[in-house]
Ligand binder design. Structure first.
Ligand SMILES: Nc1ncnc2c1ncn2[C@@H]1O[C@H](COP(=O)(O)OP(=O)(O)OP(=O)(O)O)[C@@H](O)[C@H]1O
Ligand SMILES: O=C(O)C1=C[C@@H](O)[C@@H](O)[C@H](O)C1
Ligand SMILES: [Mg+2]
Length: 191
């Protein structure tokens, strides 16, 4: 089947933000393929740079230090003075909750909040134990607590996209349409 022509014009970096398990990594990788952009995942970059898993990093250094490392890694990926080509970035679930990181992301990227409901997120994060913040007695209650605390912060993203049920492509298509609509609405008038 011929590929749909994609016009995400003059797009700057696109950063996916949202709760753990919502699909930032999965959708981001596919989005990058569709838009012929390079894909990065901040969690993977931290793991590469530190030689530790995210869970190991949390264990050895704690969350506060992880957030500082995450900020530096994200800045290196999206600051146009450092990185020239526009990228697709999947962030870690907590990155956007850090004020300075949020500022970096909203300055240098179109930020896209992938929004999911508790049942979907819980089903997905229950598939493995890679998320250190959920290694508690009642992970579902913790996830609910994080949703309540974080959704108002995620709402500061430029674009909000509720994830679709079914195959990944549906969510990828929703993201592309939402970006196009945003660009159309925010188009600068020609001189
Ligand atoms: N549209 C989808 N349908 C079904 N499963 C999905 C979909 N998108 C992602 N998943 C699955 O959900 C799980 C979590 O996805 P993913 O790792 O992409 O989330 P994430 O937002 O990057 O989470 P984190 O913040 O922890 O990095 C994975 O097992 C992935 O295969
Ligand atoms: O939501 C979070 O705070 C996190 C999500 C993951 O992507 C990792 O960055 C880490 O497990 C923390
Ligand atoms: Mg991820």
């Amino acid at each position: 089947m011929p590929r749909q022509k994609i016009a995400v014009s003059d797009a700057p970096n696109i950063a996916l933000i949202g709760m753990m398990g919502v699909g930032k990594t999965t959708i981001g990788r596919r989005l990058a393929r569709r838009l012929s952009r390079e894909f990065f995942d901040s969690d993977h970059e931290i793991e590469k740079a530190s030689g530790r898993t995210v869970a190991g990093y949390f264990r050895d250094h704690g969350e506060a230090q992880f957030r500082e490392g995450e900020k530096r890694v994200i800045n290196r990926l999206v600051d146009p003075d450092i990185k020239k080509a526009s990228i697709i970035l999947a962030t870690g679930g907590g990155a956007f909750t850090h004020e300075e990181t949020r500022e970096i992301l909203n300055t240098h990227c179109l930020t896209v909040w992938l929004k999911g409901d508790l049942d979907t997120l819980f089903e997905r994060v229950s598939r493995n134990n890679k998320r250190p913040l959920l290694q508690v007695e009642n992970p579902r209650a913790k996830l609910q607590e994080l949703i309540e605390a974080r959704h108002p912060i995620y709402a500061q993203a430029h674009i909000h996209v509720p994830i679709a049920k079914g195959p990944h492509i549906r969510t990828v298509n929703r993201v592309i349409k939402a970006i196009q609509k945003y660009q159309e609405t925010n188009k600068k008038p020609s001189p």
